[in-house]
Design a protein around this ligand. Structure first.
Ligand code: GLU
Length: 308
């Protein structure tokens, strides 16, 4: 098991993306990530792509993909290449997993959620039902006769003792210097779920690399996934993009705005209001006669926002 030399930030012509999960229409919160990724690509004179992240099929809503593309187009944001659907890319995820298994980085795990909870706390103290459980590495050395459920990625430095910290240091253009001990925060994480579905972490890393993405601009709720993705890039020998995580729009309950706390789809019939609100979240104060003029001024202002 060897760790390829870390590849630094990707260079070359700018390629950015917006990667919505088609679980519903765009709302004020998801539009901020869409707009920021579009502005960043335009401000860099780069390409802007859209990738429909429909790997979690049970959560996807039929027709939401086309509706999202329609909402973006109504605001004047059209991808520079035909959109890519993750549901069509399964062979690539399988190939990446096979490489990780062959190099000793991925392994089968037979643990259920309650096995993990039990291993973490044999006294069985109650836990929040959806609290993240840090995987303690139970199946690292074999399944001990149990059937495989998931495939996990080893989170360990190549030369280290099994539970040594894996500290990932990374830079975010808005948040600054970031770090996470992935061992302590999540442990060996899932690449393919027990229901056979591909985990977001694997799909996003494989696709960002395949599409030559140099800059990732997305919502701040995803920032704590970034160290896992950087580790995966390192073990697959893929470049690490430049990251920018954008401010979140909060719902009335103070949580990230989502369908669950009442986010309504953006109203594409009122493009100026929609753009102004998203721009405001991004710290832009732009006026414009129409969406095209607004986007052009916003692109100019964006050039001084969160430089690399
Ligand atoms: N599909 C993810 C989401 O909608 C975004 C993934 C990403 O930008 O990396 O939350």
């Amino acid at each position: 098991m060897t760790l390829p030399a870390a590849t630094s930030h990707a260079h070359g012509a700018y390629r950015g993306r917006f990667a919505p999960s088609p679980t519903g229409l765009l709302h004020a919160g998801s539009l901020v990530a869409a707009l920021a990724s579009w502005l960043d690509a335009r401000a860099h004179g780069g390409q802007w792509l859209v990738r429909i992240e429909d790997v979690d099929a049970p959560r996807c809503v039929s027709g939401a993909d086309a509706a999202i593309l329609g909402q973006l187009a109504a605001l004047g944001m059209r991808p520079d290449e035909p959109p890519v659907w993750q549901s069509g890319r399964v062979a690539h995820y399988e190939a990446a997993l096979a490489r990780l298994v062959a190099s000793g980085w991925a392994y089968p795990c037979g643990c259920t959620r309650s096995d993990i909870a039990q291993a973490l706390d044999p006294r069985g103290a109650p836990r929040a039902r959806h609290a993240d459980l840090v995987y303690p590495g139970t199946c690292r050395h074999g399944l001990r006769g149990r059937p495989a459920r998931t495939m996990r990625l080893l989170v360990a430095p190549a030369t280290a003792a099994p539970l040594d910290p894996l500290r990932i240091d990374w830079h975010d253009r808005r948040l600054g210097a970031q770090h996470q001990d992935v061992t302590a925060a999540v442990g060996d994480f899932v690449l393919r779920r027990a229901d056979g579905l591909w985990a977001y972490q694997l799909a996003v890393v494989v696709d960002d690399a395949a599409q030559g993405i140099t800059h990732v601009v997305r919502g701040e709720d995803l920032a704590d996934n970034t160290p896992r993705q950087i580790h995966l890039q390192h073990v697959l020998g893929l470049p690490t993009p430049v990251y920018l995580h954008t401010p979140l729009v909060l719902g009335a309950d103070g949580e990230k705005l989502s369908k669950q706390n009442g986010a309504r789809p953006i109203d594409a019939n009122a493009p100026m209001e929609v753009l102004r609100a998203a721009g405001h979240t991004l710290g832009l104060h732009v006026e414009g006669r129409d969406a095209a003029a607004w986007l052009a001024s916003a692109t100019t202002q964006w050039r001084n926002r969160w430089p690399e």
